[in-house]
Design a protein around this ligand. Sequence first.
Ligand code: FAD
Length: 379
Amino acid sequence: MSSVLDDLQARAKAVGMVHGARVDALDETQGAREALSAIARAGLTAWCVPARFGGADARPLCAADMVSVRAMCALRQELAWHSPMLDVMLVMQGLGSYALALGGAPELQASVLPRIARGELVGAFALTEPDAGSSLNEVALRATRRGDAWVLDGTKTFISNCGLADVICVLARTSGVPGESGGTTMFYVSGQAKGLEAKRFEVTSPHPIGEYRFNEVIVPDSQRLGEIGAGTDLALSVLARFRTSVAAAANGFARRALYESCNRLRARKQFGKPLASFQALRFDIADMDVRVRAAELLVDEAARLVDEGADATAAVARAKYYATEGASWVCDRAVQHFGGLGVKRGEIVERLWRDVRALRIYEGTSEVQKLVLAKQILG
Ligand SMILES: Cc1cc2nc3c(=O)[nH]c(=O)nc-3n(C[C@H](O)[C@H](O)[C@H](O)COP(=O)(O)OP(=O)(O)OC[C@H]3O[C@@H](n4cnc5c(N)ncnc54)[C@H](O)[C@@H]3O)c2cc1C
């Protein structure tokens, strides 16, 4: 089993070393396309789709034919070490298509998922709205039944791969009013659908992201994902499979920051000595190492539980919260070790510090993870 993970890690490392710096330097659209093509050529996107739909056979790692969380974590930690763009393009292939793997009609699955696995189609997962973030109960994008089709109207925002995606899994309200639980359904919407408008904006790291406006987008009922009214549960099942890998990506950023700090402290001299000889900074390195290693162990535990099909709710929340907060702290210490260079645009630690920030927000903020964990502990 560990040989499968070692092999994946080696393949991700090879892609990262050749393409990482290059794809991050390109504009978002070009960088995203080249990143996807590089990870697809290396066979990594196959790990985002179950084997029965043309993906990699994850059964050595997973209790069932599902996407293996351990595989996703191994890949994301290594890719994030090299490049935030490689990392995000990998996970979006899984996150953006998994609702289809879980709840799509067989013909739709057969026509779309093998192409996602080969990186020929680009995925996106659209939950967040201007008034619906941490609480999916507020989802207001309306899907209204019209004969054997649905008409979608509303706005999704902060959608990764906005304007680039071919396959968008969208959570919509099919009954009730925003603020009520339930009443939602997921749909597969083509990125080329009539009435769909994409508007990009920028965030802290290179990331194709933006807002989708749905203007009477017509979706046949055959593109409904799962049961009517079961949309939020389906969306949460997708998140439950991929959330641990956010923690793994955070560990990738943190490991890189630790590596860069060590190199800098050894090389830079002040007061006639290498910075690495000062005890205050040596203590910092020890603290950074413990934070990263502890986070890796939490990720291993959570990923194993999800792969085994066990109850992983607390373990996943713990890993996501601890790893993303810890990685932010580690990257911040690395900036401090670089002094003025640490905040100079384009320096590696400056980039890591920006890249890691969003991980405490997406796929459930740190506060939401703490709420989930406390509920598991206290009942
Ligand atoms: C880089 C990036 C990529 C993203 N990609 C996607 C994507 O592909 N698809 C998608 O659907 N979304 C995506 N998102 C959106 C992301 O999932 C949301 O930003 C996130 O869920 C938080 O929602 P919000 O921004 O509306 O914040 P809010 O929900 O408004 O929260 C604001 C603050 O209040 C806190 N808060 C909220 N409720 C509580 C509570 N009950 N108790 C304590 N604190 C609370 C939050 O933790 C947060 O600190 C992305 C976001 C980013 C930054």
